[in-house]
Design a binder for this molecule. Structure first.
Ligand code: ATP
Ligand code: MN
Length: 465
């Protein structure tokens, strides 16, 4: 089989050629037939659709055909012909079949179709073999590419912020410690505390919760930058929207105020939805049919809508006047919960919403303070089904105000001296935001649990694969 180059199923299904010799390699999804002819549905991951392989039983070793079952990996050489069957244009009349790996029908967990998503989470090592995860993973790839493309097209530079960090100032959540000290016999200080000066980095370190602070440093030189990397939060939040390890996209822009920031967030999100519609339609149609009949409509609606912009204070008034009963009470000064965010988006405005000017006591130290002494220039973008998809702000660029806030919040100055330095030397107004990659993928795929949009989810008590 060496002389033929392997074709991808995606290309063959589009091909106008007939009668040409082709070679495909992939995994068997189903095999059916009778004593004369076998029909094998072959998938190679390049596209959601399978190609039909027709094998005349008389032409093949009977033992070989018997061993080819759902899940086996094979190579097929044959002729690409017009298909008489329904649902496909072309099929392959097989001449040679090579079997790479069998999948014993007695033990192969995906022998039958129709498993629940919960069951598939228990076999995360095999679930990419399903139509659903093939679709999700292809869309995830397309969105990652579209994100880099968007920023590249708009003059942003990709900054690789560190994953191990020595500061826990960001305050975005509990952190995972990174250490090489012996857990049973750590070196101790004379006061009996763990002596981190003897640790690998000579200080306490953790996995990062955000690349923002580093992105700010870069933005105050390169003007337009973004990070796109893994972030970690050691919170015990077992919800369908939280992971302990997730990917975040964090653009940071010098000379942008909060309004520029909102404009960018809105344009960015819409262009990602458009990219999905333009490049992932086969997968979207599958997910639309199987999981969420409104998925494609919803993507189109978001692109066509103007995101409603209002202040946190206005949102609180709407929520209070709504007559709804809430699990968490609505009061000026407390953080909005997903139920409140989704009410605003799904019941009140019927479009994405951007809230601004949050109470400063529920937001991070770096957000720019408003003159009212109560609120800061934060902005959250709220989406249907998801709630918060983006959190961002205009940053405090004034040295004195920032230092005052750092002291009020008891953040050790020794941890953020480098951050403060940027406000001492050539400070400038700037803004940025964080988009949770998996929340975006949840929205674009219509899946309902964040564990189903990342290959190997990390959640409390779960890091098996
Ligand atoms: P939430 O209130 O929903 O827990 P947050 O306010 O703690 O989120 P930020 O610190 O603002 O989140 O992070 C920026 C973005 O990262 C969020 O808007 C969201 O899209 C995403 N995000 C935050 N925490 C998680 C998580 N645990 N798992 C997945 N995505 C997350
Ligand atoms: Mn947030």
């Amino acid at each position: 089989m060496e002389h033929l180059r392997r074709s991808k199923v995606a290309d063959l299904l589009q091909s106008k050629e007939r009668g040409s010799e082709v070679l495909v390699k992939g995994w068997v999804r189903t095999k059916r037939g009778n004593k004369n002819v076998n029909f094998i549905a072959l998938n190679d991951g390049s596209v959601i659709h399978h190609i039909q392989v027709v094998a005349e039983v008389a032409k093949f070793d009977e033992e070989l055909l018997k061993k080819i079952t759902t899940g086996s990996a094979i190579a097929v050489e044959g002729t690409l012909v017009e298909s008489m069957g329904q649902g496909q244009n072309v099929e392959i009349q097989a001449r040679k079949i090579e079997l790479f790996g069998t999948a014993d029908p007695e033990t192969y967990p995906l022998q039958k179709k129709g498993h629940t998503l919960e069951f598939l989470r228990e076999i995360a090592h095999l679930r990419p073999r399903t139509n659903t995860f093939g679709a999700v993973l292809r869309i995830r790839h397309a969105m990652a590419f579209a994100i880099h493309k968007y920023f590249n097209d708009h003059g942003f530079f990709y900054i690789h912020s560190p994953i191990v960090t020595g500061s826990d100032a960001e305050g975005a959540g509990a952190m995972f410690r990174v250490t090489t000290l012996d857990p049973l016999h750590p070196p101790l200080t004379p006061e009996g505390k763990v002596n981190y000066t003897e640790d690998f980095f000579g200080k306490e370190t953790s996995l990062t919760v955000s690349g923002q602070l580093e992105a700010e440093l870069a933005a105050l030189s390169l003007s337009l930058v973004y990070t796109f990397g893994p972030t970690f939060r050691a919170e015990n939040s077992n919800t369908p929207r939280h992971l302990a390890e997730f990917w975040m996209i964090e653009p940071e822009m010098a000379f942008y105020d909060i309004h520029d920031n909102m404009d960018l967030a809105e344009d960015f999100l819409k262009s990602l939805m458009q990219y999905a519609l333009d490049h992932c339609m086969d997968d979207l149609e599958f997910l639309n049919k199987m999981y969420d009949n409104e998925l494609i409509d919803r993507l189109q609606q978001v692109i066509g809508s103007k995101f409603e912009r209002l202040t946190y204070t206005e949102a609180i008034e709407i929520l209070k006047a709504s007559g709804q009963s809430w699990e968490f009470p609505v009061d000026w000064g407390s953080d909005l919960q997903a139920e409140h965010e989704r009410y605003l988006v799904e019941k009140h405005f019927h479009c994405p919403v951007i809230l601004t000017n949050y109470p400063r006591d529920i937001k991070a130290f770096y957000m720019k303070q408003n003159d009212d002494n109560k609120t800061v220039r934060g902005m959250d973008v709220l989406f249907p089904r998801i709630g918060e998809i983006i959190g961002g702000s205009q940053r405090e660029e004034d040295y004195d105000s920032l230092l005052r806030r750092i002291r009020e919040m008891n953040i050790p100055e020794k941890d953020v001296w480098w951050y403060l330095d940027t406000r001492r030397f050539g400070t400038a107004p700037h803004s940025g935001f964080g988009l949770g990659f998996e929340r975006l993928i949840l929205f674009v795929t219509g899946m309902s649990n964040i564990r189903d949009v990342i290959p190997f989810p990390r959640t409390p008590k779960n890091a098996e694969f």
